[in-house]
Write a protein that binds this ligand. Structure first.
Ligand code: FAD
Length: 416
């Protein structure tokens, strides 16, 4: 046996929201667990997101409205979606699949699947965040989507669509928006408050709190580069930069990096990245933002965070590691300043990558051609929200128990 080899029931690869959740859920079932990441838990995509625990994000980007907006997006100047022509030429199948899933006939099954995943996840978050001693980080203030134009019809259509799936929201006029957010300027005419949505003031620190909870329950959090995985008897051998781990079960929860590790095993996973950016700004103490605001027409979000106001951008479809292009975040910064007064930028502009499969549903389940290999990635725009139930479902399947929601639509075998 090589030096620094350990044995465990479950090794989870990746300590983002998904991986830490899978590890904690497995530990709660009495399994021995090691979770490995080259960085501190919650330092990548699960750090830089907008921190929204969204009840209503059941309609992914590829829905019928995407098709009607395509002519606007083709110009490549829209804040909601930029795309790299070179990347598009290299990924025609992903694009074709993504657009095919935007057909009206594909909306309902995917929305129902995501609703099950989201509902189960929100319950777990509300329980775990308190157990993890981070209960003060969650704000039950909802999430406001707001329109500058008098587009009552758009807000009402959103509300009707949500109501159809049992998700509550409130329609607001300019005065009601001012009453709700007294410190913003009166730029919005119409709003839709997602009343069952919560948010956190530091997504990275919430993952870290869950990781401490995992460690407190006997799980191991190990810092190392993951080099490869290979079948080993009826288990797995995971080669790390500082040794090896033998495990009965491997869970791949590497977010946007997940496909790389699976390629040598013969899996070609059609995982693309919808990149996004954030900038944080010193808040003005007398002009506090009370909840996340989504500017519907300009495709940016503003969330009050521990360090300041975080502004996040729309989607940039390009290679995960392509050089940054700050055009989208540059374009929305002045618009955000026109909503609420805030100070100078704190820290660097952050870039991240939402991991997305062509149907915008994550893979949650067993790899089709290898025993005891579990896939938990592709959580697109809502992985911070859906990490806990993704992890819980994987732990349940490992233990041979029923997952907390219907996982059929998330089967990895639909693509590999
Ligand atoms: C701009 C933006 C805003 C967003 N806003 C929201 C939001 O408000 N609400 C929401 O629910 N979701 C949001 N998301 C989506 C969400 O952030 C992601 O879906 C989620 O964080 C994915 O979590 P993960 O655990 O799968 O991946 P990650 O958090 O990226 O974790 C993967 C981990 O794998 C590790 N890793 C990779 N390769 C290796 C290797 N070889 N060796 C060791 N470690 C490795 C990485 O270090 C990383 O820690 C947003 C995303 C973006 C980009």
């Amino acid at each position: 046996m090589a030096e620094n080899t350990s044995n465990t029931d479950v090794i989870v690869l990746g300590a983002g929201m998904v991986g830490i959740s899978a590890a904690y859920a497995a530990r709660r079932r009495g399994l021995s667990v090691v979770v490995v990441d080259r960085r501190e838990p919650g330092s990548e995509t699960s750090y830089g997101n907008a921190g929204i625990l969204s009840s209503g994000s059941i309609f992914p980007l590829n829905q019928p409205s995407l098709l009607s907006k395509l002519p606007q997006y083709l110009s490549n100047r829209h804040a909601a979606l930029r795309w790299s022509p070179a990347w598009a030429l290299r990924n025609p199948r992903w694009i074709a699949g993504f657009l095919a899933n935007a057909a009206a006939s594909q909306t309902r099954p995917r929305a129902l699947a995501l609703r099950g995943l989201i509902n189960a996840s929100l319950k777990l978050h509300r329980d775990w965040i308190v157990k993890a001693g981070a209960g003060e980080r969650i704000r039950e203030t909802g999430w406001l989507k707001a329109w500058r134009s008098d587009n009552v019809a758009a807000a009402k259509a959103d509300q009707d669509a949500l109501t159809d799936y049992g998700i509550k929201s409130e329609l607001l006029d300019r005065q009601a928006i001012s009453a709700l957010e007294p410190n913003i300027l009166p730029v919005y005419s119409v709003g839709l408050l997602h009343t069952e949505t919560a948010s956190v003031d530091s997504p990275g620190n919430v993952v870290k709190a869950y990781a401490r909870m995992l460690a407190g329950s006997g799980g191991e959090v190990r810092r190392a580069e993951i080099r490869s995985i290979a079948p080993d008897g009826d288990g797995w051998r995971v080669v790390l930069s500082d040794g090896e781990v033998r495990a009965r079960h491997v869970v791949v929860a590497l977010g946007p990096w997940s496909a790389d590790l699976l390629r040598p095993l013969g899996y070609r996973v059609p995982l693309a990245t919808e990149r996004g950016y954030h900038r944080e700004f010193k808040p003005n103490p007398s002009r506090q933002l009370l909840r996340p605001i989504h500017d519907a027409e300009n495709a940016f979000l503003m969330t009050p965070m521990e360090q300041g106001i975080r502004v996040t951008s729309g989607v940039e479809l390009t290679a995960r590691d392509a050089p940054p292009n700050f055009a989208q975040i540059d374009a929305v910064e002045p618009l955000a300043r026109g909503v609420v007064e805030f100070g100078e930028q704190v820290g660097e502009t952050w870039r991240g990558a939402r991991p997305t499969l062509p149907d915008s549903l994550p893979m949650i389940g067993p790899a089709p051609r290898h025993r005891n290999l579990w896939l938990a990635f592709g959580n697109q725009h809502i992985g911070f929200t859906t990490g806990p139930a993704t992890g819980e479902a994987i732990a349940a399947m490992i233990a041979g128990a029923p997952p907390p929601f219907d996982v059929a639509a998330f089967a990895p075998s639909r693509y590999i």
